[in-house]
Design a protein around this ligand. Structure first.
Ligand SMILES: [Zn+2]
Length: 155
């Protein structure tokens, strides 16, 4: 972080240089994001702040989607009980399951949801940092779990 401007310089076009002046491998997008979060998380470094900010930020994602429905109207929710054949297997069931969504996010609502998702990712990543977890490894492990257990994992 620049001490005068308080800004963190993240340059993806120039690989980082280590203390011996040797060029290190460029950071992956997840590792680069994790580093930015580490650099920028200054005020709310307590685990209590990070945990509560995680919860607050996901609530704000919900709120942004709700506002797209109730204020803008670019998307609509038309929910009812899911109807599917009783003898359907899980793969066939997918074809019968509705999202209950219709319409598409307008540019404004997309920007709002996008920003709130980014903020939620910021605090999830901050939680990874405080607990010394690598975001990329969390994603890899979950991908392995999902693909290993298949569709039965998330029923
Ligand atoms: Zn909208």
């Amino acid at each position: 972080m620049d001490a005068e401007t308080g800004k963190v310089s993240v340059s993806s076009d120039r690989p980082p240089v280590n203390s011996q002046g040797l060029t290190a491998a460029p950071l992956s997008p997840c590792a680069a994001f994790q580093q930015v979060v580490e650099d920028y998380l200054i005020r709310h470094r307590s685990i209590l702040d990070v945990l509560s900010k995680c919860q607050e930020s996901t609530a704000r994602v919900n709120r942004a989607v709700a506002k797209a429905v109730t204020t803008c109207g670019c998307i609509r929710i038309e929910a009812e009980a899911q109807h599917y054949p009783v003898d359907a297997d899980l793969m066939e069931m997918r074809r019968h399951m509705s999202t209950h969504l219709s319409g598409q996010l307008c540019d404004h609502c997309r920007d709002m949801v996008d920003a709130e998702l980014g903020r939620a990712l910021f605090y999830l990543t901050a939680l990874c940092n405080l607990l010394d977890l690598q975001l990329e490894e969390v994603i890899r492990a979950e991908t392995r779990r999902i693909t290993t257990l298949g569709v039965f994992n998330l029923t």
